[in-house]
Ligand binder design. Structure first.
Ligand SMILES: *[C@@H]1O[C@H](CO)[C@@H](O)[C@H](O)[C@H]1NC(C)=O
Ligand SMILES: *[C@@H]1O[C@H](CO)[C@@H](O)[C@H](O)[C@H]1NC(C)=O
Ligand SMILES: *[C@@H]1O[C@H](CO)[C@@H](O)[C@H](O)[C@H]1NC(C)=O
Ligand SMILES: *[C@@H]1O[C@H](CO)[C@@H](O)[C@H](O)[C@H]1NC(C)=O
Ligand SMILES: *[C@@H]1O[C@H](CO)[C@@H](O)[C@H](O)[C@H]1NC(C)=O
Length: 392
């Protein structure tokens, strides 16, 4: 197998003639893969689209900020993330030596030199049924995240031209073609269906429309110049306390996860993988990597001990029931026997998979990052550091 490098992304090679470069590239790839692999794609920026799995401050800046004990493990204060610490997207940024991504919606002291994050917690792919204020979803669904990206791309260049400090806060124009575009979205479209009293079959039947919307929106982002795409599939939603608690009678699998709910996630993922294959054909200059995050997350529930975890189905920060998840969320206050009790975190979040009933702990996110960045869960089987490549 020989990879075709994305020509525009390899400035250092432009001095060589293309055929010679390609020959060296293929030999090096064959013989020195581990060494060479880490040098292939040097992304100067990341643009991220998604939901709470990758929100680094979007919802916090716009509608609802997480309160203590969110952020306690790494940032030692709430940091706009729905976790006790870093998310997979933070480890991705760190991997490339880039700063943690600033949320596009964050208007205070924000530095976008190396990218922006359009994800907000509770975002969906398609138009949400109800918005957050009414107990529903984020208004910033994928189509809106696209429009925000379009504005970001256009306006950052005007601002850069003002010079001075402005030039030091905005990405260079060329970064938009060279950047890594990451996606992690879809979990809330499934969740919205389940909580809207739809049957599992009805939610399952909505999957093809969700995937079509995803493909249309990704194609629009491509048309604005995006070239390298790293697409996470959706996780085993049926292993999360918010599903387990609300659908107590759903059939459980060998590890205690709600089987039908996971089956819908798996169907979503099979359609997403298919769509990624189609996009690879339709978008000739795009490098599209589909990443099976589901399998890695599921392994945390099937073999927690292997990774040093315990009680994977129980929220670390929560209150009530078998899954430590009830009507009062992490960071809230319950009154029991006339006494107020703060809903705080468990003793050792580093030994736990689930943080607050919906989201993963930093410790889990790190394990997931380590696994997916190797390429062992990618299609094509490229590591993160090769996500600018296509195999033709
Ligand atoms: C923004 O961040 C970049 C990269 O970390 C840095 O080089 C730049 O100086 C920062 N801008 C300002 C105004 O501090
Ligand atoms: C779902 O059904 C339950 C019980 O019938 C009802 O209380 C609830 O309001 C319904 N939820 C929605 C979103 O329709
Ligand atoms: C979802 O739909 C697909 C395609 O019709 C079907 O193969 C699969 O069994 C369905 N899954 C569930 C859980 O209904
Ligand atoms: C995103 O997908 C939806 C549903 O197909 C579509 O209505 C919308 O125009 C798309 N947005 C972009 C920017 O492609
Ligand atoms: C509240 O009272 C019940 C019954 O006496 C007891 O089992 C429970 O432990 C008490 N809860 C707290 C937080 O003291």
């Amino acid at each position: 197998m020989c990879f075709r490098p994305m020509k525009s992304l390899h400035n250092t090679k432009s001095a060589m003639s293309f055929p010679r470069c390609l020959a060296i590239f293929c030999i090096a790839t064959t013989l020195l893969n581990p060494v060479f692999a880490s040098k292939v794609c040097e992304f100067p920026a990341i643009l991220n689209f998604g939901d709470s799995n990758s929100d680094t401050g979007g919802l916090a800046a716009s509608l609802q900020a997480p309160t203590p004990p969110y952020g306690e493990t790494y940032f030692h204060k709430p940091a706009g993330r729905f976790s006790d610490g870093r998310l997979i997207i933070d480890f991705i940024a760190q991997n490339f030596g880039l700063p943690y991504l600033s949320a596009y919606l964050d208007s205070l002291g924000t530095n976008f030199t190396h990218g922006a994050n359009f994800a907000t917690a509770a975002s969906t792919i398609t138009l949400p049924p109800t918005i957050l204020a009414a107990g529903g979803y984020s208004p910033f669904y994928l189509n809106i995240q696209y429009f925000q990206f379009n504005e970001f791309k256009r306006r950052t260049q005007f601002i850069r031209r003002q010079g001075g400090i402005f030039a030091k806060l905005m990405p260079q124009k060329k970064y938009f073609a060279e950047a890594l575009y990451t996606f992690d979205i879809g979990q809330n479209d499934l969740g919205a269906g389940f909580f809207d009293n739809k049957t599992v079959e009805q939610v399952n039947a909505s999957v093809p429309d969700l995937i079509n919307a995803f493909s249309t929106n990704l194609t629009s982002i491509y048309k604005l110049g995006a070239r390298s795409f790293w697409i996470h599939n959706t996780g085993p939603i049926g292993c999360l306390p918010y599903i387990l608690t609300n659908f107590l009678s759903a059939e459980r699998d060998a590890f205690g996860c709600a089987k039908p709910y996971n089956q819908v996630a798996q169907y979503f993922n099979s359609k997403l993988k298919e769509a990624a294959g189609q996009l690879r054909k339709d978008l000739p200059n795009a490098a599209i990597t589909y990443v099976d995050v589901y399998s890695v997350k599921y392994s945390l529930f099937s073999s927690p001990k292997k990774y040093g975890f315990e009680k994977p189905l129980v929220a670390c920060c929560g209150y009530g029931g078998d899954y430590n998840f009830g009507s009062v969320p992490c960071g809230g206050t319950v009154t029991e026997n006339g006494t107020d009790i703060f809903v705080g975190s468990c003793e050792k979040p580093s030994t736990r998979v689930n943080w607050d009933g919906i989201h993963y702990t930093e410790a889990a996110n790190k394990v997931i990052f380590d696994q997916i960045s190797s390429g062992a869960f990618s299609d094509p089987p490229f590591p993160l550091n090769n996500a600018c490549l296509r195999n033709d």
